[in-house]
Design a protein around this ligand. Structure first.
Ligand code: PLP
Length: 404
């Protein structure tokens, strides 16, 4: 048989969170090693279980959820999503403007697949959640990275955004609260981003999957609540705040100028019907998840488990010589900076591999998030405090003698 070669569409696609380092970790596990994993934002395995009522809902509805549903999703679930956003001050949202997917991931792929022609550009933050970049490239487009500024609370550099807009720019991606930096954007900043979209006729993709994971009284402002004219696609789901990443439930909502987006919407409708529909039983969790008591709120209070782990991670990282870290205001991650001169680091993937092999601790290198320099890492603070303490102590002792 001829060698089976992957399609050249994948030549520019990269997704390193589950890349070579992740594979090496699996190899070590197969050999019997225990790996301390601070690499993936998957809450449930760390004891952050999904609210019992949503699990119960899925079980109760399972017998009646055997068939396909409408491509955009169950009516009751979409209705609950509409009401949820209406209560946040987003008025002009209709049930037909909601698409439910198998996680936000599927919808990111669809949203870009439906929009981009070959060579079209999308402004994506650096660092980013790399699925955005990978999906833009898979769709034949080009990810153009704008810089987020560590010295300004990791806020996007607006001048950098403006300088990178070309006639091919179609959309701007904003991730708020941010993975991997933990930044939570101010109203003023979001308004400025919206103004850029307005001036340059760009779609705003607002990835707000961490909207309820906020510390120190930080407030999340949905981008869609700040404009009625900009075509805004808001993404959210059950994976993070509801700790049900395995359910694979996400949604996207279109607001703003839908009148001029009829063709794009037709494309999205077609893509949604091509994959028939999202997992039906798990859509039953949405209505219950969004209404009433929100258990995530307790976890992010100052004495809540998640907030405590955020504090531990932040303090211990900053206590390591040659490491500095901004305090995450939201989400599940810290993105510390390494003194590359001190450690002579030129390759952050090698650093992460060396740490894995020597200490059996798994982090993700900053360049996997399309950060251009090898001077950052992402640390997930989902593991228990004792595990985080162990990991950070070991990381510190690893760095004491580390040189590349
Ligand atoms: N967007 C961001 C910013 C994320 O961090 C993630 C997952 O980590 C996703 C989207 C994908 O989420 P889902 O599990 O809904 O596919």
């Amino acid at each position: 048989m001829r060698p089976v070669i992957k399609s050249n569409k994948l030549d520019t696609v990269c997704y390193d969170i589950r890349g070579p380092v992740h594979k090496e970790a699996r190899r070590l596990e197969d050999e019997g090693h225990r790996i301390l994993k601070l690499n993936i934002g998957n809450p449930a395995p760390f004891g952050f279980e999904a609210p019992e009522e949503i699990v119960r809902d899925v079980i109760l509805n399972l017998p009646s959820a055997q068939g396909y549903c409408e491509s955009k999703g169950l009516f009751s679930a979409r209705k609950a999503i509409v009401q949820h956003y209406q209560s946040q001050g987003i008025r002009s949202v209709d049930i037909d403007d909601i698409y439910i997917g198998n996680g936000v991931s599927e919808l990111i792929l669809m949203a870009l697949q439906g929009l981009l022609n070959t060579g079209d550009e999308v402004l994506i933050p650096a660092p980013d959640y790399p699925l955005w970049t990978a999906s833009a490239h898979l769709a034949g487009g080009k990810a153009i990275h704008y810089r987020c500024d560590e010295e300004s609370d990791w806020f996007p550099d607006l001048d950098d955004i403006r300088s990178k807009i070309t006639p091919r720019t179609r959309a701007l991606v904003m991730i708020n609260p941010n993975n991997p930096t933990g930044a939570v954007y101010s109203r003023e900043l979001i308004l400025e981003i919206i103004e850029i979209c307005r001036q340059h006729d760009l779609i705003l993709f607002a990835d707000e999957i961490y909207d309820k994971i906020l510390y120190d009284g930080a407030q999340h402002i949905p981008a869609a609540s700040l404009s009625e004219d900009i075509l805004t696609v808001t993404f959210n789901g059950l994976s993070k705040a509801y700790r049900a990443a395995g359910f694979r439930v996400g949604w996207m909502m279109l607001t703003g100028n839908l009148k001029d987006a009829r063709s794009y919407i037709e494309g999205l409708d077609m893509l949604a019907s091509m994959r028939l529909c999202a997992n039906v039983p798990n859509q039953h969790a949405i209505q219950t998840a969004l209404g009433g008591y929100q258990s995530i709120n307790e976890l992010v209070l100052p004495l809540g488990r998640l907030a405590q782990q955020r504090d531990t991670c932040y303090e211990l990282l900053n206590s390591i010589p040659g490491v500095s870290c901004k305090k995450p205001k939201g989400a599940l991650y810290a993105f510390p900076k390494l003194d590359t001169k001190k450690f002579n680091i030129r390759d952050d993937e090698k650093l992460v591999l060396d740490l894995l092999n020597e200490k059996k601790i798994l982090l993700v290198q900053g360049t996997a998030f399309n950060w251009p320099e090898p001077d950052h890492l992402r640390v997930v603070f989902l593991p228990w405090k004792e595990d985080l303490q162990k990991a950070m102590t070991e990381f510190g002792s690893f760095l004491e003698t580390y040189q590349q």
